[in-house]
Design a protein around this ligand. Sequence first.
Ligand code: FMN
Length: 407
Amino acid sequence: MTDKLIKRRFPNPVELAGLLKFRKLILNSRQRRLSKAFTIEDLRNIAKRRTPSEPFDYTDGGADDELSLKRARDAFKKIEFQPRILEDVSDVSLSVDLFGKESKLPFGIAPTGFTRMMHTEGEYAGAVAAKEAGIPFALSTMGTRSIEEVSSVAAEGRNWFQLYMWKDRERSQELIQRAAKAGYETLMVTVDVPVAGNRVRDKRNGMTIPPTLTAKTIVGAIPRVEWWWNFLTTDSLKFASLDSWDGTVAELLDFMFDPTVDIDDLKWIRKQWPGKLIVKGIQTVEDAKRVVDGGADAVLLSNHGGRQLDRAPVPFLLLPEVVREIGKDVPVHVDTGIMSGMDIVASYAQGASFTYIGRAYLYGLMAGGVDGVRKSIQILESEIQRTMKLLGVGDMRELTPQHLKLL
Ligand SMILES: Cc1cc2nc3c(=O)[nH]c(=O)nc-3n(C[C@H](O)[C@H](O)[C@H](O)COP(=O)(O)O)c2cc1C
């Protein structure tokens, strides 16, 4: 009946022409690819198509049943924000104080090993993108560029060095001295790896470092030609910490991870390192207190992105208790499971002083080298900014547990 009330006319060709819009042609194939990513999950999907399954699974996977990783990601999804309305949020500041200096964004890049296996631009891409964004970049002991190489491509960046502790104090000392000499401002000591986690995907894939050519990898290489071309035409993998390694991967890991390391070794490192010291991989309140007594300037709650102990505590859920116990003395940082800017906002509301991304930047890296890492950072930045405005909060430090309910 109402259609009788509506008068019809012929379509107006001028109006019709105005509606026609062609997508802007992006000639650069990397930029074209990245322009289709709106979330970190989109970057992951692109990464999966472009990277051989061994390095992709090495990055994407966790230990054993991968429950630590799943639970960490689920915990972020099980929150409900409590927004405030009618607040002036025309100006939102995402910068935070980090050891007396500004970090332009409330997150940094976590240390990751073998990064040049995910994409040939590896650590350079992470360090350069971090420098441009004004956030810290942590180079892993198992990184595939040397301490000096990274500081030379991102000299004005905030470069940090992550150390796996060894009983071999001479070697540890040598690395600490090299990092200090190259201008690294903070040392991050990882303490959750007495042995390597049980990465079942890597076992199933028959993963080796560098990847070996089998019939399966050759078939998988066909749609991933760029990765192989990059891999075969650039210098071979070497490690941040070692000039060369003659042994097998298993021997390398046995050497890197030392089950005999204890709190006295941490105290020893504290004495060697002149800068700030973060202890990474804390999973209980008691250990948080212990490492603060051992000289930590900050504690990083982390279960290594679910790559070590499976069924481990969820770092995000551990935050309030740890912050209550030691938050007055030292800042409490957090990582594991962050896939969105909303996860970062939620972490600050739970009391975190800083956050880190591991896979969220590696997916960008695999999707498009340094431009992909820039894209990861941009996606997170815009998600944080929008969430803050929708929550009615103008500054990261104004976030409180009142902005959050755990469902
Ligand atoms: C591929 C990969 C390699 C990693 N290598 C290291 C490492 O060498 N040293 C370290 O302390 N943590 C390492 N981590 C753990 C990260 O520093 C970080 O704790 C973790 O990725 C955070 O979880 P997320 O990936 O969910 O963000 C690695 C993580 C990934 C994904």
